[in-house]
Design a binder for this molecule. Structure first.
Ligand code: PMP
Length: 437
């Protein structure tokens, strides 16, 4: 369709990787206007953990719309919001002994992160936040200051301030404990690192390349926060809502963050929705101090409640995610052993898995060929060198296998071509080709 070239901004990104016009989706399937079917291993960049148009949520949503339920409600008290809060409290917070307040922010992940950072600064009356190498927390200015990627940072056009970036787990190699370095710079009054209000961390870095921090590293981060009177913010926007096998990605880590950000799959249906959770003693906001027109996406409250009721009332779903995650891990490692030539490696936790192909060019060739063969899968990491598996958690065993089979075939083909020093292969017919900048 020409209109996209004519008037849609150059800022598009996913549309360049998957240059098709899509018109239908169900579960783990996406369809384009030519009737081609794709297995969706991107799933709205982690927003569709329960699949496209999940029929359970759709039924609730249609019933709600049909009854003229409130759609937009600012921060007004509504039935839909009350029901979500009750369900979230009863099924998520209370069983985990989590005593947290819920703040409804603007509906993007970035706005939840802005909120968390503002609140931490306000509580501690300190300016600096510590974030980590390869961290990704969004692209509005405050959140962007805590995002590592230079391509995104460069878009700011101004100094990004108020954040110091320190090495994430494994950044200096497997043998170096970067929490020891963190503790050292916070202890040394001449380190040049100011006493921060908070540390913001992803338990598994999504955009940064599916790097999972070890539980002991995360526990050390919490200890360091306590030791130095610093708040711990866990950004669970991508790793949360079951992706790693538990509702919160830190459920089994044994830490209690002071502040938690959530978005992406929280609504379950792909509807925009974000929240920030914090301990009651930290609820020092003045009314309206952080506001936003779209804090009351009541349609999202309806589907989020349905998602929690259906998938998180017991531990069956969590067990399923762990089982499928183990299958993915085993398959991925077999693929790496077979084709990786000792260069590829696997990373991640639960159904948040990745293959580090070392080269972004190679990873891109593999994902392009996979797309041609009906699998939609993206890359992440500093050089887009990590193939990132984000399929819906609800995917059938058969389709999970089929998706990985398609990827394996693509890896086999691309690696064989690279090995044989074949000429640059153009995997797409003309219609597919998107001009590189
Ligand atoms: N934090 C994390 C961990 C994310 O993965 C993302 C989005 N990829 C964000 C924040 C920003 O969310 P949004 O794109 O909705 O602003």
């Amino acid at each position: 369709m020409k209109i996209f070239e004519e008037i849609e901004s150059e800022v598009q990104s996913y549309a360049r990787s998957f240059p098709r016009v899509f018109n239908k989706a169900q579960g783990e399937y996406l369809y384009d206007t030519e009737g081609n079917q794709y297995l969706d291993f991107l799933a709205g960049a982690g927003t569709l953990n329960y699949g496209h148009n999940n029929p359970i949520f759709k039924k609730e949503l249609l019933k709600y719309i049909e009854s003229d339920g409130i759609t937009h409600g600012l921060d007004l008290h509504t039935n839909a919001k009350g029901n979500f809060l009750n369900t979230f409290n009863d099924k998520i917070l209370k069983p985990r002994n989590m005593d947290y307040m819920v703040q409804f922010t603007g509906p993007t992940g970035a706005n939840a992160v802005e909120t968390a950072m503002k609140l931490a600064r306000k509580i501690k009356q300190r300016e600096t936040i510590i974030s980590f190498t390869n961290g990704y927390h969004g692209v509005t200015l405050g959140a962007l200051a805590s995002t590592g990627n230079q391509h995104h940072r460069g878009g700011a056009g101004m100094l990004l301030t108020g954040v110091d970036t320190l090495p994430y787990d494994g950044y200096m190699g497997d043998d170096i404990d970067t929490t020891a370095y963190l503790d050292k710079v916070l202890t040394d009054s001449s380190s040049g690192v100011d006493h921060p209000a908070a540390i913001i961390v992803e338990t598994v870095q999504g955009e940064g390349g599916i790097t999972a921090a070890s539980f002991s590293w995360l526990q050390n981060i919490e200890k360091i926060c306590k030791k130095h009177d610093i708040l711990l913010i866990v950004d669970d926007i991508q790793a949360g809502c079951g992706r790693t096998g538990t509702f919160f990605s830190f459920d089994e880590v044994g830490i209690q963050p002071d502040i938690i950000t959530m978005s992406k799959s929280l609504s379950g249906y792909g509807l925009p929705f974000a929240i920030v959770l914090f301990k009651p003693e930290h609820d020092i906001w003045k009314p309206g101090e952080h506001n936003g027109t779209f804090r009351g996406n009541n349609l999202a409250f309806v589907t989020a409640e349905a998602a929690i009721n259906h998938y998180w009332s017991d531990d069956l779903f969590s067990k399923e995610v762990k089982r499928k995650g183990k299958y993915m891990y085993d398959r991925i490692n077999k693929i790496i052993d077979q084709y990786g030539e000792g260069n590829f490696s696997s990373r991640g936790r639960g159904m948040f898995q990745g293959i580090n192909c070392v080269s972004g060019e190679l990873a891109s060739k593999i994902t392009k060929l996979a797309f041609k063969n009906g699998l939609m899968i993206e890359t992440s990491g500093a050089d887009d060198h990590v193939i990132k598996f984000l399929c819906p958690l609800t995917i059938s065993d058969q389709n999970l296998k089929r998706g990985i089979d398609i990827l394996e075939d693509a890896i086999e083909t691309v690696c064989a071509k690279v090995k044989n020093f074949d000429e640059e292969v153009d995997y797409f017919d003309e219609n597919y080709e998107v001009e590189e900048e």
